[in-house]
Each structure stands twice: as structure tokens, then as C-alpha cells.
Design a binder for this molecule. Structure first.
Ligand SMILES: [Zn+2]
Ligand SMILES: [Zn+2]
Length: 214
């Protein structure tokens, strides 16, 4: 099995977790044996979030999507932003806030759970008043956490361990952009994403009755 960052292997990863007997858990209770906290920090693309959410929905998987209110790359109040929130909820996913420190400002769009964007070590694991911090203890426990950050599994792709049920429980952080857009490296993947965004923005310009010509 090749551990490519693409949706085919993502599906295999989810199926491995199902074969390993894991339960799809949300951050609304403490970890229990067999829990899999599937976490998505949405840094760059709502379209990628929806593509990943669709695969999960097809497999009966529930995840927690952390959306930003201060993103440079997308707008939650846009039609696409509203549609993304509606669709993720309809598929049964939880939605938390991907917050920029120190603003932990939850509103009715979010469950009471926060993941800091690019946190510094000083506050990364500190409790937050009125919300769960996904990196506070015990949600973050060394050996029970895996992340695909920058298209690199520091401790290896977890599909074999998931299939074998080797983790007592796990928090698995997956960034949809890395898996949805094509590329062998993070750079290639980001260039694919930019091509997709260019096409989306050209459509948005046309919808605003701006003709950019050929
Ligand atoms: Zn793998
Ligand atoms: Zn982030």
C-alpha cells in the first residue's frame, strides 16, 4: 500500500480505522479506549474540506472540522462559507473554531471546542475558559497523536497501527488540502490548489459581471 496523500489512500486510512474497531469521537467528552478523534484544521480551502467531508460521509465517518473566522484564504460569511457549514453539519460532523491567538471567540456557528492556528508552545496546551482546547491534556497525549502537517507524518502514516488497533485511542489531525489537491510534494500540492482557486475566482469575477477577457 502506498501512503500517498490522496483521497484514495485517505479512504484506506479510514477503512483501516474501521477495521481496527475504532469509534469516531468528538471533543465533547474525555477520551475513552477505542476512541478516534478525527480533527481537520481548515487553513486554506473550504472546497477541500467539503471534498473530504463527502468521503467521510460515504464511509459513515464523523470528524470535527475547525474553521477560521480570520482566514486570509476564505470567508465563512460568503455563499461558499455558509454552504460549507451547512453541509458539514448535515453530514453529522462537528464544527469547532480554528482560532488565532488570543481570540477564542465562539459564537453559535461553533461547538465549544477550539484548535489554535499555528500556536506557540507557551499557550498551545493551556486550558481555555468556556471551551475545550484540543491540545490540552488529555486530548493531547504523546504517542496518541498523529499529524500530517506539511505533507509529512513525523511518526509514519498510521494506517497499519489503526488496522491493528495499536493505539489505545488517537487524535488524528488531517489537513484536507494536502489530500484533495494533487502533487507529490507540499509545493506541488499548493500549486494545484492555487490553480483551482484561480478557476474559482474567475467564476466569482464573472458572477460580479467583471469580464477579464481571454
Ligand atoms: Zn498509509
Ligand atoms: Zn491552522
Amino acid at each position: 500500500m502506498s501512503c500517498a496523500f490522496d483521497l484514495a489512500h485517505y479512504r484506506e486510512l479510514l477503512e483501516a480505522a474501521q477495521a481496527g474497531g475504532y469509534t469516531w469521537a468528538e471533543f465533547d467528552r474525555l477520551p475513552e479506549p477505542g476512541d478516534l478523534f478525527l480533527r481537520h484544521d481548515i487553513d486554506l480551502s473550504l472546497e477541500a474540506a467539503l471534498a473530504m467531508g463527502r468521503v467521510e460521509h460515504e464511509l459513515g465517518v464523523r470528524a470535527t472540522y475547525f474553521l477560521m473566522t480570520e482566514s486570509v484564504f476564505y470567508n465563512l460569511d460568503s455563499p461558499a462559507g455558509l454552504q460549507t457549514q451547512r453541509q458539514l453539519r448535515q453530514w453529522g460532523h462537528a464544527v469547532g473554531l480554528h482560532a488565532v491567538y488570543p481570540r477564542a471567540e465562539l459564537d453559535e456557528r461553533f461547538d465549544s471546542v477550539i484548535a489554535w492556528h499555528n500556536p506557540d508552545p507557551e499557550y498551545m496546551k493551556e486550558p481555555i475558559v468556556g471551551a475545550v482546547n484540543v491540545m490540552e491534556s488529555p486530548y493531547f497525549t504523546p504517542g496518541r497523536y498523529r499529524s500530517d502537517s506539511n505533507a509529512h507524518w513525523r511518526e509514519g502514516c498510521p494506517h497499519d497501527e489503526l488496522r491493528a488497533g495499536s493505539f489505545e485511542w488517537l487524535q488524528l489531525l488531517v489537513h484536507p488540502e494536502i489530500w484533495v489537491y494533487e502533487g507529490e510534494t507540499m509545493g506541488e500540492t499548493m500549486r494545484s490548489m492555487l490553480d483551482a482557486k484561480r478557476a474559482e475566482w474567475l467564476e466569482a469575477l464573472a458572477a460580479d459581471r467583471i469580464d477579464v477577457g481571454a
